[in-house]
Write a protein that binds this ligand. Structure first.
Ligand SMILES: [Zn+2]
Length: 194
């Protein structure tokens, strides 16, 4: 996830925003959209306010674009920024994840969980503050089948005497067995619940 997936640049005076580098005009930046013109730019770290002055576009090219056949690219760029009217306030960043534009860790966490850690049934557990963090970590790992059962260790190339449960005859020691199906686990669970 890129920082620009989370924040938008909001242009006011254009004095704090880099014309070519910052993604202030839709997605991506102008450097990527117009690479030939970027090469032709004489001051690559210019601000938006350097290139848009009183609704006029002020270019500083190293050589004339028309000579290099780039006049159509300049026209396209001019069209892209034709509706931009600069104000007097400071440019700022706005968080895309919230309605009010304010950034919060929880809003980012929801996106990360939804896009990168899609484990059904764990979201409610992970946000429950009443549960100790070490228990949450264990549940988190168990939900991903990443607790060190005999089968998990064997799968990772670690030598174990047997991948079978030491309490149940002939049953492989996997995550589901250790926590739910094992007769020993059942006794423990019944004692807790009962
Ligand atoms: Zn067992």
């Amino acid at each position: 996830m890129d920082v620009h997936d989370i924040f938008d640049v909001v242009i006011e005076s254009g004095k704090q925003t880099l014309f070519w580098y910052d993604p202030w005009l839709g997605s991506g930046n102008l450097k990527a959209k117009y690479p030939s013109l970027f090469e032709l730019e004489s001051r690559k770290r210019c601000r938006v306010s350097d290139r848009i002055v009183d609704s006029t576009h002020v270019w500083r090219w190293k050589s004339r674009p028309v000579v290099l056949g780039l006049d159509s690219a300049v026209s396209a760029l001019s069209r892209d920024i034709s509706n931009i009217r600069l104000g007097t306030g400071s440019d700022h960043w706005s968080c895309k994840l919230s309605v009010d534009g304010r950034y919060s860790v929880s809003s980012l966490r929801k996106i990360v969980d939804a896009t990168h850690v899609n484990i059904p049934g764990t979201s409610d557990i992970l946000w429950c503050k009443a549960v100790p963090i070490k228990v949450l970590c264990f549940v988190w790992r168990a939900a991903q089948d990443r607790i060190p059962t005999a089968m998990a260790l064997e799968k990772r190339g670690i030598v174990v005497n047997s991948n079978l449960c030491c309490s149940c005859i002939g049953i492989p020691e996997c995550t589901g067995h250790v926590l739910m199906d094992c007769s020993f686990a059942t006794v423990i669970r019944n004692n807790i619940l009962g």
